[in-house]
Design a protein around this ligand. Structure first.
Ligand code: NAP
Ligand code: GCO
Length: 265
């Protein structure tokens, strides 16, 4: 029996993958045999990403592309298909967050988050699905969040986007499953990346950030996740090992969603 987790011969596009979770997922897919293509907003970050992939022994191809811009996305997908081949695996990873109390957030700020975290996965998925169908199938992995299930103060736009992304995941699975396209989500818990750095920064007096202590009390694993914790789940959902898994969000959260939280001592 062939190794069901092998990605040999597959082409994987991971959006926003110069660093952070996207970089870790792309590296894992490469180590499983996939050819990696990625994008970022700025050439500077694409170049930094290419250097990091090279240092990890990964021959990635990088593109400058704003995933909220449908013209840029369609041009990038066409260029990828010319330079590397039809995309077999899409990871919609690019994302932003704005932590602002809802009644202080402008409609423009709200729309910016929705644009990157929800509209962009729609735009990129729409660009790759037609040739996935022609090729006989494909894998789409949307990077959701704890906020696909839970709310908290100051993240209204992000939670609305990630909740919507869970349902977009289910709808792509429903609409294109018959073409052997599996669309699933990964819901990371609290992961130590630049996006969550403000939540972990030490206080002025050197004490731990209260949010840091809060998350540790809410996580059975009693630690923040690392981007590498997402590697195995991503390879699973990108591989033939998950060919009958569709419309599922796999939470990689150390148990947060299962736990009421440690009683304060
Ligand atoms: P990050 O460190 O902020 O990295 C986000 C990446 O997305 C960056 O490379 C960024 O590029 C790129 N990006 C943002 N807007 C873009 C756009 N319009 N077009 C193209 N690229 C764009 O975030 P992260 O922590 O690695 O998170 C990655 C994904 O996981 C996000 O979808 C996030 O919501 C999700 N997530 C994160 C956590 C966590 O705890 N960290 C937990 C659950 C889910 P620039 O560097 O150029 O801005
Ligand atoms: C926050 C965090 C979270 C994480 C992640 C949790 O401000 O609460 O940024 O939103 O990024 O989405 O799964």
């Amino acid at each position: 029996m062939d190794n069901p987790f092998s990605l040999q011969g597959k082409i994987a596009l991971v959006t926003g993958a110069s660093y952070g979770i996207g970089f870790a997922i792309a590296s894992a897919l490469a180590n499983a045999g996939a050819k990696i293509v990625f994008n970022d907003l700025k050439q500077e970050f694409v170049d930094k990403g290419l250097a990091a992939y090279k240092a990890a022994g990964i021959a990635a191809i990088g593109y400058v592309c704003d995933v909220t811009d449908e013209e840029q996305v369609n041009a990038m997908v066409k260029q990828i298909e010319t330079e590397a081949g039809v995309i077999d695996i899409l990871v919609n990873n690019a994302g932003i967050i704005k932590r602002i109390p809802m009644i202080e957030m402008s409609a423009s700020e709200f729309r910016q988050v929705i644009d990157v975290d929800l509209n962009a996965p729609f735009i990129v998925s729409k660009a790759v699905i037609p040739n996935m169908i022609k090729k006989g199938g494909g894998k789409i992995i949307n990077i959701c969040s704890m906020m696909s299930e839970l709310g908290r103060e100051t993240v209204s736009a992000y939670a609305a986007a990630k909740g919507g992304l869970k349902m977009l995941t289910r709808n792509i699975a429903s609409e294109y499953g018959e073409y052997n396209i599996q669309c699933n989500g990964i819901g990371p818990g609290y992961i130590a990346t630049p996006q969550t750095a403000p939540l972990r920064e030490r206080q002025a007096d050197g004490s731990r950030n209260p949010f840091d202590a809060f998350i540790l009390a809410k996580t059975p694993a009693a630690r923040w996740g690392t981007p590498e914790d997402l590697a195995g789940p991503a390879v699973f959902l990108a591989s033939s090992a998950s060919d009958f898994v569709n419309g599922h969000v796999l939470y990689v959260d150390g148990g947060i969603l299962a736990y009421i939280g440690k009683q304060p001592s």
